[in-house]
Ligand binder design. Structure first.
Ligand code: NAD
Ligand code: MG
Length: 393
């Protein structure tokens, strides 16, 4: 039986890599639904190739345009409109697996819908866990969802951890997340205020979406990943450490009680964790060249410099604060990154906005529902927008 898949965010970096792996295995996977925000032409091409039952676009105007073009090509795909339709295609009874590859808090509701429907959920959308980790993991547990991490660090950890989850608390000492350090690892911190969006989006080893590229440059990506790891693997904040590893060959590590450390290695290409998630526990061809050890010069490691990357520490700070603080942090960062990408905020002030928003908005009660999380998210966005305005260029 083929696995029927919904890809949320299919036109993005993770979405297209997912379809690249799927394309190599026509006998194993069938695309049930695809979705994109506004990229009509890209989604049209994917629909013509994979012939999904449904395609979802973010606005009525984009949906209409895509439907017209599909009709001109005599394609049968039915076009629906987000946000409700994202939950429909994520939880549809004919779907086996869902790839959550929307960027930002916008992915929370559809990923939760997939979890509630007990799907096999491949989660790239780390922000969903940063916004609502406690509720998310509770939903996964209560509804028999199989959660497979796609973020390369978390896929590495998942592959290194003992298979039996109930033994983790006893056997695992800590998790070591590796970080590339992004494009500014060696840049003079005094010049960070001059960084342009184009420079920030030019990652040394990967081509990724613009938001995660900026997060890699500020290392807020690692902050989000610390929070993601806390929820995925049920670790205390102090059990999660970060080390810089510019070559990105080791994708992360697990330290066991006896000080044995297990690492997962490979060519840095997201198709490996994607193929791992698609086939788990089987293994399939990903299309990625394996490492050639005779050509690897050296694996190096450094400590993350707190002056250059002040954002990383906000993760531990937010995890120790009242629940909901990570929701606030994520919202602030989304607002700040967007302002930076639109050249309304200096690069070095992304951190200032994040920190000031955390100070200004301390959650008063535990956000125990999606509605409460989205309400807190909206409040934090409003506060962060004011901060971004205050420091506007
Ligand atoms: P991207 O910007 O390339 O793609 C995002 C996709 O989501 C696109 O298809 C876009 O149309 C869609 N989308 C954006 N906003 C939306 C909205 N409001 N409603 C509905 N759809 C929307 O991003 P990406 O780099 O593919 O990253 C996707 C997620 O995966 C992010 O959470 C990112 O942190 C995570 N991730 C990415 C990488 C990577 O290498 N790119 C690695 C690890 C984790
Ligand atoms: Mg990652």
């Amino acid at each position: 039986m083929k696995q029927r898949i919904t890809v949320l965010g299919s036109t993005g970096s993770i979405g297209t890599s997912t379809l690249d792996v799927v394309r190599r295995h026509p006998g194993k996977f069938e695309v049930f639904a695809l979705s994109a925000a506004t990229q009509v032409e890209a989604l049209l091409a994917q629909c013509l190739e994979f012939q999904p039952r449904y395609a979802v676009m973010a606005s009525a105007a984009h949906a209409r345009l895509l439907a017209e073009k599909l009709q001109q090509n005599s394609a049968k795909t039915v076009v629906l409109q987000a946000p409700e339709a994202l939950e429909t295609i994520a939880s549809h009874e004919e779907v086996d697996a869902v790839m959550g590859a929307i960027v930002g808090a916008a992915g929370l509701a559809p990923c939760l819908a997939a979890a509630r429907a007990g799907k096999r959920l491949l989660l790239a959308n780390k922000e969903a866990l940063v916004v609502g980790g406690a509720l998310f993991m509770e939903t996964v547990r209560n509804h028999g969802c199989t959660l497979l991490p796609i973020d390369s660090e978390h896929s590495a950890i998942f592959q290194c951890l003992p298979e039996e989850r109930s033994t983790w608390a006893r056997r695992v000492h800590s998790i070591i997340l590796t970080a590339s350090g992004g494009p500014f690892r060696q840049r003079d911190p005094a010049t960070l205020h001059e960084v342009t969006p184009a420079q920030a989006c030019k990652h040394p080893n990967f081509s990724m979406g613009r938001k995660i590229s900026v997060d890699s440059a500020t290392m807020m990506n690692k902050a989000l990943e610390v929070i993601e790891a806390r929820w995925l693997f049920d670790m205390a904040p102090e059990q999660i450490r970060v080390v810089l590893h510019p070559e990105q060959i080791i994708h992360s590590m697990v330290q066991l009680q006896d000080s044995s450390i297990l690492a997962q290695l490979g060519t840095p290409d997201m198709r490996v964790p994607i193929a791992c998630g698609l086939a788990w526990p089987e293994r399939i061809i990903s299309g990625v060249e394996p490492l050639d050890f005779t050509r690897l010069a050296a694996l190096t490691f450094e400590e993350a410099d707190a002056q250059r990357f002040p954002g990383v520490h906000l993760s531990w700070q937010a995890l120790r604060a009242p629940e909901g603080t990570t929701t606030v942090l994520n919202a602030a960062n989304e607002v700040a990154v967007d302002a930076f990408l639109h050249e309304r905020l200096r690069f070095d002030r992304i951190h200032a906005v994040n920190q000031a928003t955390l100070e200004a908005l301390v959650p008063q009660e535990r956000p125990g529902s999606v509605a409460a999380l989205l309400e807190l998210d909206a409040q934090a966005r409003a506060v962060a927008a004011r901060m971004a305005q205050r420091w506007a260029m």
